[in-house]
Design a protein. Structure first.
Length: 389
């Protein structure tokens, strides 16, 4: 192990010890570690469970006293190697940022004018759709993998509402439809070009704006448009602008990040606290009217703990979604559920990471024709900094 950069110079150790000794807090070593002097040299090995009289915290280090036969030694032990209650941390002025019992935190989103927030999202989907008429049922197997990169650029703020310009800059798409007859349609694309193949033979290759296929998604408008949206300090998407319709045509759902619409609570929260939100997605009307059918849903958020993620203090949330709708006119019945975790940066309220899995069951009946399907979905989203790479 190399030399450690410790927060106190040798010349100040005596004064530092005198000032801290009176308010010492007894804590315990939680993992085998070492006691260091101010130059980073090892004074002694320390076993787990050993008591340590902590005098003062300095960054990631705690200065204190280890008892030994015939006296003892003063030095530094890494904060992460010590077991401390919240009361211990308060006594030593250590920020309480982790664990279920941590202090409450108020989540509020911020986006500075001119600031760019970049995200990468990966979506994997597989499903089976059966089309039955009379005694005959045909099946369509679908699977896809989609990667998108997009950014939000701060365009202004007023009364806790942020204007943001959303643009998509990356796309990697692989999608397959396999019919019961064995015929397979495959779509491969990036942000510049889309290629469609039927049974392995190219049937189209060109720009997105020239691609017309009712079975596949439409990314053409999404990839060439910058859309203005509004987001509140509680991360509510107040106005999707043009983006809502473009996401629907591209087969994407779930708000700006393509994951879950996060709405932060009105009050500060701590481990175990729960609050609810609502949302609405939509599906294409199966009757062929060209319209869309709204599907309302509910989200329950639960704080699992305050933890470190991407080297930042974050709140880890459990997210549980459910929703559905029955539309008599089209004969549609749809139900979906999803669950996963998300990490929210405590200081800026920026969603840093999400992992969500979900299932959608759908049935539509018109006369003797029944279409029944099940889609499984996994989503992984990550904050990628302030620069588009």
């Amino acid at each position: 192990m190399g030399r450690l950069v410790l927060p106190v110079a040798v010349a100040t150790l005596a004064v530092f010890a005198a000032l801290c000794a009176e308010g010492a807090v007894e804590v315990f070593v939680k993992t085998p570690t070492k006691l260091y002097d101010a130059q980073g040299q090892v004074i002694q090995e320390v076993t787990a469970g050993y008591p340590f009289e902590a005098d003062k915290a300095q960054g990631k280090w705690v200065y204190g006293f280890i008892k030994r036969k015939g006296g003892g030694r003063r030095g530094f032990i890494a904060l992460d190697d010590l077991y401390m209650t919240d009361d211990n941390r308060r006594a030593l002025n250590i920020p309480i940022t982790t664990g279920k019992s941590a202090e409450p935190v108020l989540l509020r989103y911020t986006l500075k004018p001119g600031e760019r927030q970049v995200y990468h999202t990966e979506v994997a989907m597989n499903g089976l759709i059966g089309v039955g008429e009379g005694r005959i049922t045909q099946h369509l197997v679908t699977k896809s993998s989609t990667q998108v990169g997009f950014s939000l650029l701060g365009a202004g703020e007023a009364n806790g509402v942020y204007d943001a310009d959303v643009s998509y800059h990356k796309l990697r798409l692989a999608m397959e439809f396999t019919r019961g007859t064995g015929r397979k349609v495959r779509i491969e694309a990036d942000e510049r070009k889309v290629t469609a193949l039927l049974d392995g033979q190219p049937i189209f290759s060109g720009k997105w704006e020239d691609y017309k296929d009712t079975e596949g998604p439409d990314f053409a408008t999404l990839l060439r448009t910058t859309a203005r949206i509004k987001i509140s300090s509680r991360h509510e998407v107040l106005d999707m602008g043009e983006l809502g319709g473009m996401l629907a045509k591209a087969g994407m759902a779930g708000g700006v990040a393509g994951t879950v619409d996060l709405v932060y609570p009105a009050q500060a929260v701590r481990g175990g606290d729960t609050w609810e939100g609502s949302f609405e997605e939509s599906v294409k009307d199966p009757s062929g009217s060209g319209g869309r059918i709204p599907i309302p849903g509910k989200i329950t958020y639960t704080v699992l703990e305050r933890a470190e993620y991407m080297k930042r203090p974050c709140v880890k949330l459990l997210v549980e979604m459910s929703g559905g709708a029955v539309d008599q006119a089209s004969g549609l019945a749809v139900r979906f559920t999803a669950t996963g975790t998300e990490y929210i940066d405590e200081e800026r309220g920026i969603p840093f990471g999400a992992d969500i899995t979900g299932t959608t069951d759908m049935v539509t009946q018109k006369g003797s024709r029944i279409v029944q399907g099940k889609i499984n979905l996994t989503i992984s989203a990550r904050y990628a900094g302030t620069e588009v790479k």
